[in-house]
Design a protein around this ligand. Structure first.
Ligand code: SAM
Length: 336
């Protein structure tokens, strides 16, 4: 059975992000601020997390409905024990584009095993090359060098092309835009600048802290001239730009200043099996209970179809001073 789903705004279901844990060893101010996610924060218990067999079963149902890309995320996905086993299970699904987003802190150690398990490529988050700025963004003392070594290990293992995600916060790491562009141009990895988003309710987001993608491009273009590129596919979230000297490409993800809900083909599954059809949703749909109360694949498949077909989400397009205060699921819980 293969049936491609589209929602009420005629958007296909193509892309699934799976959070494999809600835990993270970083406390990024834009994602898991330390005053909200300190020592006393209650993370999910082991039994609450979807088991690998459950994730594998759900992914097969999603693939039957047209999903061709799966990204493992978190929390920090490399904190999930024996993640390689899950990767091995998912990698056996033919034609699936399988990737992972990580903060890179365990990557130097794990890159080889991830590749052997069947992971194809990787995205690493890094917000600055400057130690003080990096620490100001993530509130831990993890050396930038450790992340760069992880990126090198990923390259050596063949987890390519490598993408680097940099969230830009005005007044905190905007001076890192050019040094990051220069460094990754030289290395040949695709650096993507992400506008700081109002996901969740704990990061105290304010529009003043957003550096618009157009401004980021202007800063880079003044020193390293750029030209636009075609998207790889409809619904690609990053706008692609290449250096005019032919030395590589960058991307900008302008979800605040140039929302792209109209092309959104993405579903998100939290570590405890709640399905969200929008990054800014306030509620999701519990698939774990369906799995654990004995529902058949056909029953779960029919529910998934009805959820996707009813979907009308377009938060970023209707963002306003009223919507930014609505309760929203945390990014660290559904993984970006
Ligand atoms: N721990 C992993 C990591 O750091 O890449 C995976 C989870 S993290 C939530 C996934 C991505 O979301 C990262 O690239 C992170 O920078 C991005 N992100 C988190 N909060 C964000 C926000 N408020 N605005 C924009 N991007 C954000």
């Amino acid at each position: 059975m293969r049936r491609s789903l589209t929602d009420q705004l005629n958007r296909p279901l193509r892309d699934l992000r799976i959070s494999v844990t809600d835990r993270c060893n970083f406390r990024c101010s834009y994602c898991m601020p330390i005053d909200m996610f300190g020592r006393d924060h209650q993370f999910l218990g082991r039994d609450e997390l979807l088991r690998f067999e459950e994730i594998d079963r759900l992914v097969r149902i999603f693939v039957d409905h047209g999903v061709s890309k799966v990204r493992l995320t978190g929390g920090e996905p490399l904190l999930r024990k024996e993640l390689e086993k899950l990767i091995q299970m998912l990698a056996s699904l033919s034609g699936l584009d399988l990737t992972l987003t990580t903060n890179g802190s365990f990557l130097a150690d794990k890159a080889g095993r991830l590749k052997e398990a069947g992971l194809q490529r990787i995205t690493v988050s890094l917000d600055s090359l400057d130690e003080e700025t990096f620490a100001a963004m993530n509130d831990v003392r993890f050396p930038v060098k450790g992340v760069l070594e992880g990126i090198e290990a990923a390259e050596a293992a063949g987890l390519t092309p490598i993408k680097i995600n940099m969230v830009v916060k005005r007044g905190v790491n905007d001076t890192s835009i050019l040094p990051m562009a220069r460094y990754f141009k030289e290395k040949g990895h695709i650096l993507r600048f992400i506008e700081y988003m109002d996901v969740g309710t704990t990061n105290g987001w304010s529009l003043n802290e957003v550096v618009p993608a157009a401004e980021i491009l202007k800063v880079i273009d003044a020193e390293l001239p750029l030209e636009p590129m075609e998207s790889n596919y409809r619904g690609e979230v990053a706008q692609r730009w290449r250096y005019q000297d032919g030395s590589g490409e960058i991307g900008v993800i302008a979800s605040v200043t140039q929302p792209f809900c109209g092309d959104c083909s993405r579903a998100r599954l939290s570590a405890d099996g709640i399905l969200y059809t929008c990054l800014f949703a306030s509620a999701g749909h519990n698939l774990r209970d369906l799995l654990r109360c004995g529902s058949s694949d056909e029953e779960i498949s029919a529910i998934l179809a009805s959820l996707w077909e009813a979907r009308t989400d377009r938060y970023s397009e209707i963002r306003s001073s009223e919507t930014t205060d609505l309760p929203k699921v945390e990014m660290s819980y559904i993984g970006g």
